[in-house]
Design a protein around this ligand. Structure first.
Ligand code: NAP
Length: 225
């Protein structure tokens, strides 16, 4: 089992150095348009509950199911994610997906992470339960199931039955952990609607993100969803 090569990891966290133990890397996948406190609480809750060593936020470059919808630029979404997570030593942000050409496929990301990290680093892909509902139809879904444990974060009161049924009947051996996160009552669309209505975002996301959105004039156009 080779130690990770720091030169190839770039902005990814250094993990796996001690061959005598197992490491757990959380990968927080999302569009983050914009990132909000619900995402941050979900990542931290996953880290604590699942014993993750670190969580790397992975803003999607060109999200697959958002073709034809207005999405802020990858660079703006990456910048906001960086600002929101900067103060937390347990969080990192990767440019891997925002820099990759073409549509963003989670299987490609996990495959690349598997190449970069040694076998003693386990991968946990964290995202919203609504997104996980469709995971059986994602590009290379079987490979995703091989590469990572899936962590589905749910809003309070979310009915998981349809997610469990759909994944259970898919014939693909996904390992899914469900995590209820009360703070996910906040959503990106709620923040975008508030900006359009001229309402404050304070305490819904990091202050630096509030400032960035105002400075860049994000979300002031027509509704996008
Ligand atoms: P989405 O459809 O925008 O989100 C669906 C729901 O999940 C929304 O309620 C969303 O709330 C929530 N959500 C999204 N990311 C979350 C996170 N990290 N933590 C908690 N809640 C989250 O989903 P998306 O952003 O396009 O995709 C989510 C992830 O799945 C991304 O990493 C994306 O690349 C991946 N994905 C991969 C494929 C593929 O490989 N074929 C296809 C689809 C999605 P908010 O709007 O508040 O975030």
């Amino acid at each position: 089992m080779a130690a990770p090569n720091p030169d190839t990891l770039g902005d990814l966290p250094r993990l796996g150095q001690d061959e005598g133990r197992t490491y757990r890397l959380g990968i927080m996948g999302g569009t983050f348009d914009p990132i909000h406190n619900g995402h941050l609480v979900a990542a931290d809750q996953a880290r604590c509950d699942l014993g993750l060593d670190t969580v790397v936020f992975m803003p999607a470059g060109r999200p697959v199911f958002k073709e034809g919808k207005v999405v802020s630029s990858p660079s703006d979404r990456y910048a906001m994610t960086l600002l929101a997570t900067a103060a937390n030593p347990n969080f990192a942000v990767s440019r891997m997906e925002v820099e990759r050409e073409g549509l963003t496929y989670t299987a490609d990301t996990l495959e690349r992470l598997r190449e970069l990290y040694p076998d003693n680093v386990e991968l946990y892909f964290i995202t919203g339960a609504d997104a996980v509902l469709d995971i059986v139809s994602w590009h290379n879904a079987e490979r995703i199931a091989d590469l990572a444990t899936i962590v589905a974060a749910t809003r309070p009161g979310y009915n998981l039955d349809h997610v469990v049924d759909k994944i259970g009947s898919s014939g693909i051996d996904f390992d899914v952990i469900y995590l209820e996160v009360p703070a996910l009552a906040i959503s990106s669309s709620y923040l975008r609607d508030r900006v359009r209505a001229g309402q404050s975002l304070l305490y819904l996301t990091d202050d630096a993100v509030v400032g960035y959105i105002a400075k860049r004039g994000l979300y002031t156009g027509d509704a996008d969803a």
